[in-house]
Ligand binder design. Structure first.
Ligand SMILES: [Zn+2]
Length: 195
């Protein structure tokens, strides 16, 4: 077994968890957690360390079902997670949220994806069709604005792909039992803009 006793990062995690544990149960209904979860929102967003859904929306543990993946891209696994949230947990809202300065969208926009690992290439290829569309529609746009537009469009694309590829999600959208929204989070101001 690995010896983490000298590992400062692991020690900080252990210390942090001890602090967390002392107040755990005060603001949460930890006993209820053993019975299940009932979040109102399923959120697909980026794994970026600066994007912390509970903090951004001022929510407590158990109040938001998060699927965090670099570039908040669509995949079968992401789709399955959202389906579970909608069909089994009964969330009323699905939100796909992109964020300012998203490195994944930035890398897809930069192109030359061959320099990345095959796994990263697969991820960037998910974003490329959106980039191509945005570039075509905004031929004279400044590169700074192009990044922001691409990030917003990428969130909208993932939202559309979820509805298109899942009969469960398509139906819940059609019958109005679940709302589907794209959003953009500003790292600069902390504001979330619904698109
Ligand atoms: Zn990102």
């Amino acid at each position: 077994m690995a010896n983490f006793s000298q590992d400062k990062v692991v020690q900080s995690l252990i210390t942090g968890n001890k602090t967390f544990k002392t107040s755990y149960g005060e603001g949460t209904k930890s006993q209820d957690f053993l019975k299940g979860q009932s979040p109102a929102v399923a959120l697909v967003t980026c794994s970026d360390a600066r994007v912390v859904p509970e903090a951004i929306f001022n929510l407590k543990i158990g109040e938001i079902f998060c699927i965090e993946i670099a570039g908040n891209v669509f995949s079968t696994e992401v789709c399955a997670s959202v389906e579970y949230a909608v069909a089994s947990l009964g969330v009323s809202h699905v939100v796909v949220m992109g964020h300012q300065c998203c490195g994944a969208v930035g890398a897809a926009l930069e192109g030359n994806i061959d320099k990345h690992s095959s796994s990263i290439q697969t991820l960037l290829k998910r974003i490329q069709p959106t980039i191509a569309k945005v570039k075509l529609e905004n031929k004279n746009m400044h590169s700074h604005d192009l990044v922001e537009v691409s990030i917003k469009e990428n969130a909208k694309t993932t939202l559309s792909l979820l509805k298109e590829n899942s009969p469960i999600l398509k139906q819940s959208h059609a019958n109005g039992s679940c709302a589907f929204l794209a959003a953009y989070y500003s790292l600069e101001t902390g504001e979330v803009e619904f698109l």
